[in-house]
Ligand binder design. Structure first.
Ligand code: XLS
Ligand code: MG
Length: 344
């Protein structure tokens, strides 16, 4: 059994700005964030292409690689690995209507340029994983593009990435909506279907984010289990979410402890991490959080994950079997409740 390794992105420590109001905390230089991540017990950092190389549009392909090499040196010095690179296809003016399935051919070319640069950066940073969080891939106006065409454009784009680099793996992070109205690849089931339709399904898998599953009305542990059963869970983004509303990225386990327990349980039972996978925490601080507590949500999420791991270790599988034999699910459920409440 591998000890879990944890990863986090620089965006997980942020200023508190949202769509309705400005910053509530000071911006922290990334280098300080990396050092603090290490101190908190994280093993790797997740990057968007422009987290790794800010102002990426201003540089040539060679300059981008050079900047990525500099970042690698910094990470090496701190003792952190890079987990993945994700093209940020939602901020730039070229991505107003999405990336790979934008209605503008020029903008689709731009999206591919970012995807290829992300692969270059990943190679320099020593990771083989590209995450695609398909923020704007779908429709705002349902009739603006055909879902059949859009799905094929996504598959095409992934195929081009697989061809560009024979070692790179593409990991789709599904989300059903927000900022897009109707997304094209909303759940782990969609990810598996897209994977199967590519030229190399063995190199295309998924990243399950708890909040995204809940937004789709699904149970995160079952989504994780589904991808594990297919051998295609490349990473996870654990966090929490209060029902179907805006994406909240709450600290792991704070909303639904039992659901969080079951996420840790399914990961542990299936030796997640044995192939080098990380437990990513995609959590955000509340807007009300003060500067001094900028990392509290990360510390809390780690503590909760580890506490739940201890609960999984205590889980009495013999008793579980007995309950199943007797078909006494009331007893099993109460056993789980007692375990979580510390009453066993
Ligand atoms: C947003 C996503 C994002 C990805 C990385 O909802 O979770 O943070 O994980 O692009
Ligand atoms: Mg995420």
């Amino acid at each position: 059994m591998t000890k879990f390794k944890f990863s986090v992105g620089p965006w997980n420590v942020h200023t508190g700005a949202d769509s309705y109001g400005p910053e509530t905390r000071k911006d922290i230089p990334v280098i300080e964030k990396y050092k603090k991540f290490k101190e908190l017990g994280f093993d790797a950092v997740q990057f968007h292409d422009d987290d790794a190389v800010p102002n990426i549009n201003d540089y040539t392909e060679e300059e981008i690689k050079e900047k990525a090499r500099e970042l690698r040196t910094t990470l090496d010095e701190i003792g952190l690995a890079a987990e993945f690179v994700a093209p940020r296809l939602w901020m730039d003016g070229h991505t107003t209507d999405g990336g790979f399935m934008s209605t503008s051919e020029k903008d689709r070319d731009y999206a591919m340029w970012r995807a290829y640069r992300s692969i270059d950066i990943a190679n320099e940073l020593g990771t083989d994983m590209i995450v695609l969080w398909l923020a704007r891939e779908g429709t705002l106006c349902a009739e603006s593009k055909s879902p059949v065409w859009a799905t094929r454009m996504l598959i095409d784009a992934i195929n081009k990435m697989l061809e560009y680099d024979p070692k790179i793996r593409v990991c789709i992070e599904p989300k059903p909506n927000e900022p897009i109205d109707r997304s094209i690849c909303g759940t782990m089931g969609h990810v598996m279907a897209v994977s199967a339709a590519t030229i190399d399904p063995s190199r295309v898998g998924g990243n399950l984010e708890s909040a995204h599953a809940i937004l789709a009305g699904l149970d995160p542990a079952h989504e994780i289990g589904f991808a594990l059963a297919m051998g295609k869970l490349m990473t996870v983004h654990l966090n929490d979410q209060n029902g179907i509303r805006y994406d909240q990225d709450k600290s792991f386990g704070v909303e639904n402890l039992r659901a969080a327990f079951n996420q840790v349980k399914v990961l542990k039972e299936n030796n997640y991490g044995d192939n080098g996978e990380y437990v990513g925490l995609d959590v955000k601080a509340m807007r009300t959080t003060r500067d001094a507590d900028s990392y509290k949500h990360l510390e809390n999420s780690l503590k909760i994950f580890r506490a739940l791991e201890a609960k999984v270790d205590q889980f009495d599988y013999e008793y579980q079997k007995e309950c199943v034999r007797n078909r006494d699910f009331e007893a099993l459920e109460m056993y789980v409740m007692n375990l979580l409440m510390g009453l066993e």
